[in-house]
Design a protein around this ligand. Structure first.
Ligand SMILES: [Zn+2]
Length: 244
């Protein structure tokens, strides 16, 4: 039987001398393929199996398996910019690792493709990644509270943000236990990001497009989901700045 599926390649793992295991997401969720001979220079499929590529995979489907033997791969979108631009590569690596480590679901493919489609335009890449991370927080049931103080429910005198408690903090509560002190424009922008989705990037403020914003949401995802990210250390050392 020849089965086909669209597949976004998010992880390469060496396997045997000349094979690769391709990890990624399809419209059915997280899945892996064994690609025979992909490391050989003569491989006809290698160009369609690069990291971050989206390809149509032909394979033999084995029910109850999450790893299949690939027959052929044909390129749908190479997402070349994500491999050639260092900023985009770092951001795509974060998105890819998170998509492979959070709960499986048939929504992941559309989420990651949307993020990659936006990233390859090279417009507001840090905001695109922050919006992806914000969507991950919503998906995992940890959307930050930005309508009121997360501790007391007050809507007045919001002055800070608590990553651990997941939301805004008012002045009275801040005086009891400090959090990340931010100015009002920054708090308003964070609220826009939390309330929005990746589809609204073009309407979101330019000020949100900075590594410190991405980092805040990245730390939130790691804190609230408990996943460990090897790509996070690199992000933090490359972009050391933080908000506040
Ligand atoms: Zn409060």
């Amino acid at each position: 039987m020849n089965d086909t599926t669209e597949f976004l390649i998010l992880r390469h793992t060496d396997y045997k001398e000349s094979d690769l295991i391709l990890g990624g997401v399809s419209p059915y969720g997280q899945v892996s393929f064994i690609g025979k001979g992909l490391k050989k220079t003569t491989s006809k499929n290698a160009h369609a199996c690069r990291l971050f590529s989206c390809s149509l995979m032909q394979y033999d489907k084995k029910e109850d398996r999450t790893i299949h033997l690939m027959k052929t791969a044909s390129l749908i979108d190479s997402y070349r910019a994500l491999r050639e631009d260092l900023d985009l590569q770092i951001l795509a690596s974060l998105i890819a690792e998170i998509a492979m480590k959070i709960h499986d679901g048939n929504d992941l493919y559309a989420m990651v493709r949307k993020a990659f489609d936006l990233l390859k335009n090279k417009e507001k890449p840090f905001l695109v990644t922050a919006a992806f991370l914000s969507d991950v927080l919503k998906r995992e049931g940890n959307q930050p509270m930005t309508d009121m103080c997360v501790r007391c429910g007050s809507t007045k005198n919001i002055v800070a943000y608590s990553m651990e408690e997941g939301g805004f903090i008012c002045r009275d509560c801040y005086n009891v236990k400090p959090a990340l002190l931010l100015d009002v424009p920054t708090l308003k922008n964070l609220r826009i990001l939390v309330k929005g989705t990746m589809d609204q990037i073009e309407y979101m403020p330019e000020e949100l497009d900075k590594p410190a914003v991405t980092r805040l949401f990245l730390e939130s995802v790691v804190y609230h989901t408990g996943i460990r990210l090897t790509s996070m250390d690199f992000f933090v050392s490359w972009y050391p700045e933080t908000l506040g």
